[in-house]
Design a protein around this ligand. Structure first.
Ligand SMILES: Nc1ncnc2c1ncn2[C@@H]1O[C@H](COP(=O)(O)OP(=O)(O)OP(=O)(O)O)[C@@H](O)[C@H]1O
Length: 358
């Protein structure tokens, strides 16, 4: 296997006619990183991946793999390999021929390419199926064939476009673990496109959240979850209450925001006085009880109660906030169960409310 290579995306844009799909993004992915490009439909993830692969031209900017500028190289000369969402297997070829295909295109002799394809099938634990056609395999097995086919070229970076989307939920979680194991054992750079924050959190060393062709935040999963940079990231990652207001009091370390027709909330972070500010409050850090400190709590009316087993999700409205979510442990909830329509006071610690950037 080749060694892993870093990917450097420098001021890259992709423009289709009047649509700017990717808007001047810059990103460095260190060698050997499992990177997930995460975002809603149409945010530019696939276009970015296809530009790294060379299946789409770059409108402006440069892409480097290791020390090589690959911007204008054809896909097969880049040192990258792509695994497609639909796997793109050839239905009329058996697994050996499917996996060996790119070596055949490169003119590698039959015995060598078949031996290499068999090695790849062994790596994917598919050797028993070598003479089957793709239709005679399960979804998870087909995915492994697609991986074997991408890896046979010894890429320095593997690019995966929604690799788990064709699988049922049970298999998705199993194959997710296998992908992670594979990346760890190969040690090469993976760039994986997904719209599932759960998938990205489970797999990635580096999550790149995209929105409208731009990068909102690129950070390790825990940083992204604990310190979302923007309201978009906080909402997309979930488990945060995002509240919008105006900064009515600021200090070096915290800001008080006032919500229109509602209460005041104090959050940790820097804000500019008299400007619109969004804050995020962790849903799992909210407790039932009156706050001792002004701005670190509020009273609302319960609009919904959802039992989730280990936790209970309360939805409330009040103090100018339409939807406020509190995730309580089952023990905390059942010690004092509340019902829809009841007024409940909630509180939290100052560290669990943070100021978000724009
Ligand atoms: N070949 C194309 N011609 C014109 N517009 C395109 C083309 N490919 C993508 N787009 C547009 O570029 C934008 C970004 O598309 P892209 O496929 O990169 O997004 P995405 O985040 O991968 O979305 P999805 O999750 O739905 O695949 C979208 O507005 C899309 O309609």
């Amino acid at each position: 296997m080749k060694k892993a290579a870093a990917i450097d995306i420098a001021a890259v844009s992709k423009i289709y006619g009047s649509t700017t799909a990717v808007d001047n993004i810059s990103l460095k992915v260190a060698a050997g990183t499992y990177c997930c490009l995460l975002g809603p439909s149409g945010c530019g993830k696939t276009s970015t991946l296809r530009m790294i692969a060379g299946h789409e031209s770059v409108s402006s900017g440069d892409i480097l793999l290791g020390n090589t500028n690959i911007t204008d190289l054809p896909p097969a000369a880049r040192g990258t390999a792509m695994m497609f969402q639909s796997y793109a297997l050839f239905p009329h070829l058996d697994l050996i021929e499917n996996v060996a295909f790119s070596l055949k295109m490169k003119g590698v002799d039959k015995a060598t390419r078949q031996a290499k394809a068999m090695d790849m099938l062994i790596l994917m634990q598919l050797e028993a199926y070598a003479s089957r056609k793709p239709a005679q395999l399960s979804g998870g097995q087909q995915q492994r064939v697609a991986l074997a086919r991408a890896l046979i070229t010894d890429p320095e970076a593997l690019l995966l476009d929604e690799p788990l989307s064709a699988l049922d939920p049970f298999l998705k979680i199993r194959m997710r673990a296998e992908l992670k194991k594979l990346q760890t054992s190969l040690g090469i750079t993976f760039v994986h496109v997904t719209h599932s924050q759960e998938e990205a959190m489970a797999l990635a060393d580096l999550i790149v959240v995209m929105n409208n062709g731009r990068i909102e935040q690129a950070a390790p999963p825990r940083t992204l979850f604990e310190a979302p940079a923007t309201a978009f990231v906080a909402r997309f990652m979930g488990d945060h209450n995002v509240i919008s207001g105006r900064a009515t009091q600021v200090s070096e370390k915290s800001a008080t925001i006032s919500v229109a027709a509602g209460g005041d909330f104090v959050a940790t972070g820097v804000a500019e006085l008299n400007t619109p500010v969004d804050i995020a409050i962790r849903t799992d850090r909210v407790r039932i009880g009156q706050s001792d400190t002004p701005g670190l709590g509020f009273t609302g009316s319960v609009t919904n109660v959802e039992y989730r087993g280990a936790t209970v999700k309360l939805m409330l409205s009040g103090a100018g906030v339409e939807d406020f979510t509190a995730i309580l442990s089952d023990a905390a909830y059942f010690a004092n169960p509340v019902k829809v329509g009841e007024a409940v006071s909630l509180c939290w610690n100052s560290a669990d409310a943070i100021v978000l950037g724009n």
